[in-house]
Design a protein around this ligand. Structure first.
Ligand code: AP5
Ligand code: MG
Ligand code: ZN
Length: 214
């Protein structure tokens, strides 16, 4: 099963992708998480990506496409995957389509988590992230068991560098400009499904289950 998660920054793509991965036994691949892990480990890729991410801009397509194509070569991708944060531009979607076509495969679902901009800004300020394992929490809507500590790996949680309000506004602007057109793209490919992302996390997941089935 191959799924793409679409939606604005903070719509809940990562939250839902984790649930899909657990429930359907496919790997959760988040380009944002991969970049943040590289930044944490101070790799060359991380240093390149950071200059864009801190401003809320997109990392150039060449870098992202290369990264994702490498990731697809890992054996855990054989049974499919849930992509979170990729593709984010039309050229990235086209690169994915060419790779799938070459392998004689196809995308099953593009799930668009729909949340208006006002709700997003409130969500981001309360988000706390584990930079070690990628788990995401919210101080109000999804708090960890022990304050500021990751449930999964006990790492101390952090506020993401790009979650400052000004940067969030910039990310939203870039989303509307460059990423939202993917809704039309996938709709034309007959694989677009919309879910209301303003509901609580479990209800959103129920809507996704209805689409994907068991
Ligand atoms: P990335 O990490 O992908 O960030 P994003 O798209 O901005 O999305 P977020 O991770 O911020 O939000 P999310 O939708 O995953 O929401 P979450 O589940 O955490 O990318 C970061 C940067 O990396 C980009 O800006 C770019 O620079 C670069 N990058 C990455 N991929 C790239 C690509 N393909 N091309 C170019 N550049 C790329 O939820 C948000 C908060 O809300 C959490 O606190 C959560 O607990 C809470 N929440 C979730 N669902 C609900 C709910 N239903 N009700 C209440 N609260 C909820
Ligand atoms: Mg995310
Ligand atoms: Zn963790």
């Amino acid at each position: 099963m191959k799924i793409v998660m679409l939606g604005a920054p903070g719509a809940g793509k990562g939250t839902q992708a984790k649930k899909i991965a657990e429930s359907y036994g496919v790997p959760h691949i988040s380009t944002g998480d991969i970049f943040r892990a590289n930044i944490k480990n101070d790799t060359e890729l991380g240093r390149k990506a950071k200059t864009y991410m801190d401003k809320g801009e997109l990392v150039p397509d060449e870098l992202v496409v290369e990264l994702i194509m490498d990731r697809f070569k890992e054996p855990d991708c054989e049974g499919g995957y849930v992509l979170d944060g990729y593709p984010r531009t039309i050229p990235q979607a086209e690169a994915l389509d060419s790779a799938l076509e070459e392998a004689g495969e196809k995308l099953d679902y593009a799930i668009n988590v729909d949340v208006p901009d006002e709700v997003i800004i409130n969500r981001m300020s309360g988000r706390r992230a584990c930079l070690k394992c990628g788990a995401t929490y919210h101080i109000q809507y999804n708090p960890p068991a022990v304050e500021n500590t990751c449930d999964a790996c006990s790492e101390e949680l952090s506020l993401r560098d790009d979650d400052r309000e000004e940067t969030v506004k910039n990310r939203l602007e870039i989303y509307h400009e460059q990423t939202e057109p993917l809704e039309k793209y996938y709709s034309e490919h007959g694989v677009l499904y919309n879910v209301d992302g303003t509901k609580d996390m479990d209800e959103v997941f129920e809507s996704i289950r209805t689409i994907v089935g068991n």
